[in-house]
Ligand binder design. Sequence first.
Ligand SMILES: [Mg+2]
Length: 296
Amino acid sequence: MMSKCSIVPSPNEVQLFHSLNGIQRLAETRRFKAWFLDQFGVLHDGKQPYPGAIATLEKLAVSGAKMVVISNSSRRASVTMEKMKNLGFDPSLFVGAITSGELTHQYLQSDRGAISLEGLGLQVVENVEEAEFILAHGTEALGQPSGSAHPMKLEDLEKILELCATKRIPMVVANPDFVTVEARALRVMPGTLATKYEELGGEVRWMGKPGKIIYEEAMKMAGVDPTDAVAVGDSLHHDIKGANAAGVESAFISCGIHAAELGLNSFGEVADISLVQALASKFDARPSYVLPAFIW
Ligand SMILES: [Mg+2]
């Protein structure tokens, strides 16, 4: 069922979104030629697909929709599709994937202006003094010149960032997420480090949602205009604000990363509309549709 909800937070600001139980009605209107799908919190939780997600993708494909995975994962697109396949998703249902890691790889390959690199022969250095930029793609370890990773606490990584900020070393963030849902637990992600770095006065190049670049690449991949696409995601800051900035309509999945804030305890539980509205306003995000999960 589709119903229109109108909530008036202030006399000047009327916000509208449609509440849906699943995507069937919307998919069957064929209103959107392309669907841009977030993976973590929408299709799977990092360990397993959400109930109904695989069947929903199959039905959406039958409706003729072109589907692109858009993800803030620091993995390359091909690795992401391989992981999706291992989780039970059929890669042939998708036109492809655009990931933060893929965008970062391309950026480091093509942009040798501010950052001087020889191709992608990246050399990890021992001292901050020798570094030309910081590549943030994790939060639990520091890369070593040997190629290994030295486990490190977040507080200690932040101390290194303080030193980097005084040296004005730019950061490229290859996964702008703040946290991720992993089997229902929240884990800190590189976006948190990048925010800290900006607070310290550091310069950050955000290579993913909510940046427009990931939506533009997805539109290119699917061959559609913004008006022909809808982006589905569970993060108001990343997925919904990103879609807003790119001029793409969006569907907010409430049982993902914001589930606890919305008082949701079980998969598929329907969120209170006024709570969704209040949370969306807090993030300055405007979803076109709101639904509990990526279900048909
Ligand atoms: Mg997500």
